[in-house]
Each structure stands twice: as C-alpha cells, then as structure tokens.
Write a protein that binds this ligand. Structure first.
Ligand SMILES: [Zn+2]
Ligand SMILES: [Zn+2]
Length: 327
C-alpha cells in the first residue's frame, strides 16, 4: 500500500512534549567534550579508511591481483551496509518514509551502524537538522557559504565533503530524535554502535580467511570488505552533502540548492536524486521517474512485496507537478 508523501521538514517531537517545552529546547549542543569526541571519530575514520585505500592501490600496483572473493566481499558489504544507511538510517528512521516490523528495524539499524557514520540516533538527529536548515545558516554541511567564484566553490565543496565532519555543533537529540530516544530497543542498538562497527570489520575478515583458507585471505577480507568499503561508502555519502548540493539539475522546488545527479545514482544506491529528496523528504522512492535509477527504492519495494515493510509514502503526480519548476 502506498500513502502520500509530504514536504514536511519539521521534526520537533510534540506528541509527548508540550509545544512550549519543545520551543524552549536548544537545537544544538555546545560541548567541547562532545566536539573532541566527534573530531577523534571523524579523523580516525577518515585517516584509517584513506590509509586502507592507499595500501590496497599500492598492492595492486605492485602486482597483487584481486580474486572473486575480495571483489565479492567488497561489493556485498558495500551494498548491504549501504542499504542499511540509505533505506534504514535515512529513509526509514530519519524520514519515516515506510513502516517496518521491529526485527527489520533492528537489522536496518545494525547494518547502518556498520557504516561507521555515527550512532543511529545521532545520525538521524544530524540529518533532520540538515533538512530543517538546508543551504541556510545552521546547515552543518552546506557548500554555499564559503566565498564567491571558483575558489569559493572549491572551499565550499571541501567543507561539505569532509571538513564539516570535524567542526560542527552536535544536534540536540532530545529535540530532533525524541521518537527514537523513547524507543528502548533502538536506543540500545544506538548505544552499541562501536560493536556494530567492529562487526563490520570482523565479518569480511572472517569470510576472507575462511573462503581463502589463509591469514592472507583474512587480511584481504579486512582490507577490501573493511577499509576500502569504508573509504568508498563514506565518500559516496559525502558526495551527497557536497556534489549533490552543487552539480546537477534542479527540476523540483525544494527551497535549497539540492540537485539530481545522474552519474552518482548507482554508486550512491539512488540517493543522488537529491533534489527529488529535498522536495519530498519522506518519499520512500528517491527516483521519481521510471528512468531514475534508485536501487534503495527497489530494495524497499521488494521488502514491501514480501510483507516486511508497508505504508510506503510516495508523492502523487499532482504533487510532483505542483513542485515542478518552470523552464
Ligand atoms: Zn541535502
Ligand atoms: Zn534526507
């Protein structure tokens, strides 16, 4: 069953808190301790994944060839963990674009956590903050406030791609993600974040070692299914915050500079139809035309077919027409 999407960008929880109390809450948390933790996390993930990528390329240049095991491990982990981020963290938990049974929610939350982009509740709160302030003051990763001209654009892209991760005010989860904080199971999954990140490395390492029957196999599993996967997927998600707010088309009115980017559709699993997404944030489908490749949307549709998810929100033709910019 499909239900109608909307363009609602308000995430403050008003069901269990009075509007006055919600209004009093700060939207971000100013804490030097928290900021230091964020910086350590961001720099560790950035440096370790870069190092892994450099080692992998150096080994290839030195003559090491990849077996189908490494390629398979890399692709499987990237897609499965990627879907955890896109269908789980993003479309389900942040935007409530479809309903799912608790076991499915837990699986999506664990897979998304393996991407090492922060605990579930933190990620959701941060992304809701982005939508509320998209390309306006308060947006943690807009590429549009860093000067004019070519170099201003480059500075903006660098900020929106990586630099923001080491210097932004953390979102107040009580304000932005109270729905998840009140959920005991998902709060627990969120608190166990580092275990899931560890599993995201352990699984490809064990798989590589087992399938090749050697420690070398375990090393290659760790390298390709762990570090290179981490490098690639982080860069794809960062391309959405940087490239997909600068380059591409803007067919729909979305009150920001988000774009649809065809070239990034497959590697981002459909997330690069970002102008569509900002126009209809709680649509389960980011690809809104038949030719807009949206692997995440296809997975959600497949899960709906087997009854694991339901109530997919999608915009009607009339809603899309109303938001279509005149040429
Ligand atoms: Zn955006
Ligand atoms: Zn979003």
């Amino acid at each position: 069953m499909s239900i109608t999407a909307s363009a609602d960008n308000s995430y403050a929880e008003t069901k269990t808190q009075t509007p006055a109390k919600v209004k009093r809450q700060k939207k971000t948390v100013t804490s030097s301790y928290l900021k230091t933790l964020q910086q350590i996390h961001a720099l560790t993930v950035g440096l370790v994944s870069c190092l892994g990528f450099v080692i992998a390329v150096a080994l290839l240049l030195a003559g090491n060839t990849l077996s189908p095991i490494e390629i398979g491990t890399y692709l499987a982990l990237t897609v499965v963990i990627g879907i955890g981020t896109t269908a789980g963290f993003h479309r389900h938990f942040t935007h409530k674009s479809f309903q799912a049974a608790m076991p499915v929610r837990v699986v999506l939350a664990v897979l998304g956590s393996m991407a090492a982009q922060g605990p579930l509740i933190f990620w959701v709160a941060l992304h809701r903050l982005h939508h509320e302030h998209s390309d306006r003051p308060g947006d943690p990763h807009s590429p549009h406030f860093h000067g004019k001209g070519f170099f201003g654009m480059l500075r903006g892209l660098w900020h929106a791609h990586f630099a923001w991760t080491i210097d932004y005010d953390a979102p107040n989860a009580t304000y932005y993600a109270n729905d998840l904080l009140r959920d005991k199971v998902l709060s627990k999954v969120s608190q166990m974040y580092f275990l899931w990140v560890f599993l995201g490395f352990l699984i490809p390492t064990v798989a590589g070692g087992f399938l090749r029957g050697s420690w070398t196999g375990a090393f290659y599993g760790f390298l390709w299914g762990g570090l290179v996967r981490l490098f690639f997927w982080h860069n794809m998600v960062w391309c959405i915050t940087s490239v997909a707010h600068v380059f591409g088309s803007r067919p729909l009115e979305s009150h920001d500079m988000s774009t649809n980017n065809f070239l990034l559709a497959i590697p981002t699993l459909g997330e690069s139809w970002h102008n569509n997404h900002h126009a209809f944030p709680n649509s389960a489908m980011a690809g809104l035309k038949w030719w807009q490749i949206d692997p995440t949307g296809w997975v959600i549709r497949a899960l709906e077919k087997v009854g694991l998810v339901w109530d997919l929100k999608t915009p009607t033709a009339r809603m899309m027409e109303a938001k279509t910019r005149s040429a």
